[in-house]
Design a protein around this ligand. Sequence first.
Ligand code: ATP
Ligand code: MG
Length: 202
Amino acid sequence: MARLGIMGGTFDPIHYGHLMTAEEARDQYRLDKVLFVPSGHPPHKPESSVTESKHRYLMTVLATLTNPAFEVSRVDIDREGITYTIDTVTDLKALFPHDQLFFITGADAILEIITWKDAHRLLGLCDFIAATRPGYSIEALETKLGALYTSYRDCFHFVEVPALAISSTDIRQRVRAGRPIRYLVPETVDHYIRKNRLYQED
Ligand code: ATP
Ligand code: MG
C-alpha cells in the first residue's frame, strides 16, 4: 500500500510555498508520491478571476519537473462544473484504491474544505496534513474543528512550513506592478508567466 499525498490548489501561479509544503509533507510522513491537482472551477472564486486552466496546469508541470516524487493530475481540470474536495478525493480513491491518501492543505483552508456536509465521508477516504507557519497555534485549530477533531484525531497531521507567507495573490500583484518574483517561484514558472504575459491586468 503506497502513501499518496494530494496537493490541491488553484496554482495561479504555483509557488515555493506550495512546493516546500509538499516536500516537507513527503519527508515527514514518508509519502511515496505527491500528486499536484490544479483546480477546475474553485467554488469560492468566480471563474473570470482565475487564469485559464491550461496555463495553471502547465506551470504546475514545470514547477514539479525536477522532483521525482511529484506528479500532476488532471482530474479536477477535466471535470465539468464546480469542484469540491470531496470530488477530487473520491476520484483519486477510485484511481488508486489500494493507496492511503493524505490531503495536504494550508491550516487555515482546512476549515473551508471540511464542510460539515461532507466531513465524515471525506475523513473516511483520506487523512489531512495541515501546513502551519512556525509558531502557529495548533490548539486553536483543534478548538475550531471541535467535535470533528475529537472523533477523527488520528486523521489530522501537521507540518511546519517557513515559506507560508508566500501567496499567489502577492505574486500576481508583483507581476502587475513590474516587481520581481524571482525566488518566490521556480525560474521556469517566472519565464512561463513572462512569455504568456500572464497577470498583466486585473
Ligand atoms: P491565492 O493567493 O490566489 O489564494 P494561494 O497562494 O493561497 O493563492 P492556492 O492555490 O489557493 O494558493 O493554495 C493551494 C493550497 O496551498 C491551499 O491548501 C493553501 O492553503 C496552500 N497554500 C497556499 N499558500 C501556501 C504557502 N505559502 N505555504 C503552504 N501552503 C500554502
Ligand atoms: Mg489561497
